[in-house]
Ligand binder design. Structure first.
Ligand SMILES: Cc1cc2nc3c(=O)[nH]c(=O)nc-3n(C[C@H](O)[C@H](O)[C@H](O)COP(=O)(O)OP(=O)(O)OC[C@H]3O[C@@H](n4cnc5c(N)ncnc54)[C@H](O)[C@@H]3O)c2cc1C
Ligand SMILES: NC(=O)c1ccc[n+]([C@@H]2O[C@H](COP(=O)([O-])OP(=O)(O)OC[C@H]3O[C@@H](n4cnc5c(N)ncnc54)[C@H](OP(=O)(O)O)[C@@H]3O)[C@@H](O)[C@H]2O)c1
Ligand SMILES: Cc1cc2nc3c(=O)[nH]c(=O)nc-3n(C[C@H](O)[C@H](O)[C@H](O)COP(=O)(O)O)c2cc1C
Length: 685
């Protein structure tokens, strides 16, 4: 028998279940009552009672399932809302978790404003039910949607997008608001948020609050909290509620420490099924929930000296049935740095081998645990929790409750507030100084949160994407990756290391040591023209060369197959010819074979910077001939922030000078190229 606090927690849960029967009006009173009871409920029932000698827990928490956001994967979401007495539903369109996290925060916020919220994945809901939401009194549908690609929805919002596009469904009376997540460095800034907001209104729905837009390139957190803090009072006003936010904190998950356990039943880094990452025990098809353990068969340095490192990695996918095309992406699940994990365990005075579970207090929720449980704290911190993410403001608010020094507590409270001074402090102390949870606990020594709460608050560790740098035709069982190892100094004098690239950097197969990493392949739209004879221009400085190495391999293979291959032009740039000229020998071989026309920009080999954009300008007649006269395709890969924008500007300029267009015509021409998939970008920032 496991010795745990479960029985007592169950008692708390059933009391809370009774609360679920209560009408909405009584909620505020109940929440206040449960707030009073919070200290004892949390302290005595939910914390590990064996850790008596630890720092005092200062925080008081309400555990009240009815007031917590649930998640639904029941496609009949309206029925579920009715049966559980919810009136707010927050849908998310998310690829890497941010929109999903924001949706969770909004659903939780609903409670503070006297409503009851739940989170929903549109992919798992019958969205044609939206019209029926009007049957729920005082309902609100919130849409938190990210934009990808060329203004596209995320995978999980694709069907919802199509539903809206095709929609002749009338949504009269549906009360909604939208928050879009995007990044201004991309051309189609927040296209999805704008579209959802506009389209719902066109279909007759009522916009309760104006569209909010977050810019990942600036300060997404600031954009989000500013929007939501203005949104809730307006929603209350619209629904006729008294606009008053309760300052309560809630735990969404209850902690259970497993004193006795069956080791074979512990998760050790799997994403779904126990033992699913065991070599030899894996079953296709492989995807984000069931990644393939690919062996790293090559991991070599591409730079010749210098302070940076760039890896050429080859992943063996033999026997996995994974297929890929040039231009696809491979996703790699990383493991957090051991030293950082140990430091966090030390700062929280926690036992790495302690086995625990975090279980959703809301038994109706489809998300039972924040990550696979039970597992040890070491597993959670190594595989599941993003410990290097910059903590968002709601996390700082919770941390303040565990901080005994008044000045430190005040600082955390300030940064979690929405006043200008607080926002500036958050921007400076967290964002500019790039402080992770470890840095915060180091710099605010009286802040002593329990590790289980940190595990609840921080986001999930995400897979990192890499543009595959090989051709599936030439290397059907190997996936090549070209990745720079990320390392930088922060203003506080710390060295921050990128999670995935520094993890991979250590995995060098030597002698008999074999390393496997969990991967999956994501199809992309970045494709060679269907006809090999179509001429192409590829622009890829730095690691932006990755997919073009695959394209060149593929065209070389097509040539060997006797196909007529069109002009193949590459613009590559790096800092110094002698140091970071990637794949120099291969590129020269392709050039010498007559396949490749190569233009090189070594930016730091002379006094004046030379970039690929300068070379495009120098070769403008040829560029125009290929894209303007011969219907060629143009590709850009690498830095989204500056390079891809500068290339875009350079091409528009060439359309004017060489194509004789006005600035407006040139813009339209490039837009048309993008729509025709003759101008494709594979860029990241
Ligand atoms: C579609 C796509 C394709 C990609 N292809 C490639 C590829 O082929 N090759 C490649 O090398 N990468 C590629 N990337 C980037 C890659 O996915 C990772 O983002 C990159 O390897 C860093 O991951 P990491 O885990 O090492 O760093 P993380 O731990 O994720 O750290 C990265 C974060 O650190 C922050 N950061 C970085 N530098 C600084 C700084 N100087 N100051 C403050 N903060 C900073 C940034 O916010 C950044 O988000 C691609 C990304 C996408 C989306
Ligand atoms: N998410 C991430 O953490 C991550 C990871 C990897 C890469 N990236 C992004 O991807 C980019 C490429 O990375 P990298 O390290 O492979 O490249 P890099 O070595 O930094 O740069 C490659 C070449 O591009 C030049 N360059 C700089 N600005 C340019 C511009 N506006 N137009 C054209 N060329 C320009 C550089 O010149 P100078 O340096 O001499 O100016 C250098 O010669 C990075 O800039 C980074 O933003 C992001
Ligand atoms: C490969 C890639 C493509 C993107 N394309 C766009 C875009 O076209 N427009 C935009 O506004 N934001 C774009 N973004 C930014 C994302 O929308 C933004 O980072 C958002 O916070 C992601 O949310 P998520 O974590 O919920 O997926 C892109 C981001 C990546 C990594």
């Amino acid at each position: 028998m496991e010795e745990s606090t479960e029985r007592l927690v169950d008692a708390a849960s059933s009391a809370a279940e009774e609360m679920a029967e209560e009408p909405l009006v009584g909620m505020l009173d109940l929440v206040l009552l449960s707030l009073l009871a919070g200290v004892s409920v949390y302290y005595f029932f939910l914390r590990d009672t064996n850790k008596k000698d630890e720092v005092p827990v200062l925080k008081s928490f309400t555990i009240s399932p009815t007031s917590l956001p649930m998640r639904t994967n029941d496609s009949n979401f309206v029925a579920k809302m009715k049966s559980s007495g919810r009136n707010v539903i927050v849908f998310y369109g998310s690829q890497t978790g941010t929109a999903e996290e924001f949706a969770g925060r909004l659903a939780k916020d609903a409670t503070r404003w006297g409503m009851k919220g739940m989170v929903a994945d549109p992919e798992e809901c019958d969205m044609s039910e939206l019209a029926q939401l009007t049957e729920i009194e005082n309902h609100l549908a919130v849409f938190c949607v990210a934009t990808y690609g060329e203004g596209d929805p995320t995978d999980n919002a694709q069907e919802f997008y199509e539903f809206l596009q095709n929609g002749d469904d009338q949504l009269d009376g549906l009360q909604y608001t939208v928050f879009g997540l995007g990044n201004k460095t991309y051309e189609h800034y927040n296209a999805m948020g704008k579209y959802v907001d506009k389209r719902l209104a066109e279909l007759g729905a009522t916009r309760v609050f104006e569209l909010g837009m977050g810019d990942d390139d600036a300060n997404m957190e600031d954009d989000f909290i500013t929007w939501k803090d203005a949104m809730w009072p307006k929603v209350c006003e619209f629904l006729g509620f008294e606009a008053q936010a309760l300052d309560i904190n809630m735990r969404q998950y209850k902690l259970k420490i497993h004193e006795e356990y069956e080791p074979s039943q512990l998760y050790t880094g799997e994403f779904a099924r126990l033992n699913s990452l065991k070599i030899g025990n894996q079953k296709p098809p492989f995807d984000s929930k069931n990644p393939f353990m690919a062996e790293i068969v090559v991991n070599r340095e591409l730079f010749n000296g210098g302070e940076r490192n760039c890896m050429h990695i080859e992943l063996d996918v033999e026997g996995s049935r994974i297929r890929y095309d040039s231009g696809d992406h491979v996703a790699v699940y990383p493991v957090n740095d051991t030293a950082l994990v140990n430091r966090l365990l030390e700062l929280t005075n926690e036992d790495p081998d302690r086995v625990f579970s975090l279980t959703n207090v809301d038994e109706d929720s489809s998300k039972k645990h924040p990550f696979p449980c039970p597992c040890t704290y070491r597993t959670a911190l190594s595989h599941y929790v993003d410990i290097t993410a910059l903590p968002r403001t709601h996390v700082l608010k919770e941390l303040a409750e565990y901080t005994s020094d008044p000045a430190e507590k005040e600082k955390l409270k300030l940064m979690s507030s929405t006043c200008d001074e607080g926002k500036m402090e958050y921007q400076k102390w967290i964002v500019n100084d790039v402080r992770s949870i470890v840095h915060i606990l180091e710099d605010l020594p009286s802040c002593k949160p329990p590790l289980d709460h940190i595990c609840e608050l921080l986001p999930r560790l995400q897979a990192r994407y890499y543009s595959i740098s090989s051709s599936g035709k030439l290397h059907p069982t190997k996936i090549h990756v070209t990745a720079n190892v990320l390392k930088y100094e922060t203003p506080t004098g710390r060295t921050n290391k990128g999670v995935c690239t520094n993890y991979l950097y250590k995995l060098k197969p030597e002698n008999d040591t074999k390393y496997h990493v969990p991967i999956f392949v994501r199809k992309s739209q970045f494709r060679l023209p269907s006809k090999p004879q179509t001429p192409i221009i590829m622009i890829g400085p730095g690691t932006g060369i990755a997919p073009f190495r695959g394209f060149i391999q593929e065209r070389s293979w097509q040539r060997q197959e006797g196909k007529p291959v069109g002009e193949t032009v590459l613009y590559f740039g790096c800092r110094n010819k002698a140091i970071d000229y990637l794949y120099e020998n291969e590129l020269n071989e392709a050039k010498d074979s007559g396949l490749l026309k190569l233009y090189l920009a070594f930016s730091r080999d002379q006094a004046e910077k030379v970039y690929v954009t300068h070379l495009l300008e120098q070769n403008k007649a040829e560029v125009w001939r290929i894209i303007g006269q011969e219907n060629g395709h143009l590709y850009v890969c690498g830095d989204a922030k500056k390079m891809a924008r500068d290339v875009h500007t350079a091409i528009i300029q060439i359309c004017q000078t060489e194509g004789g267009m006005t600035p407006g015509e040139a813009e339209l021409y490039v837009k048309k190229m993008i729509n025709q998939k003759r101008y494709s970008s594979d860029v990241w920032s």
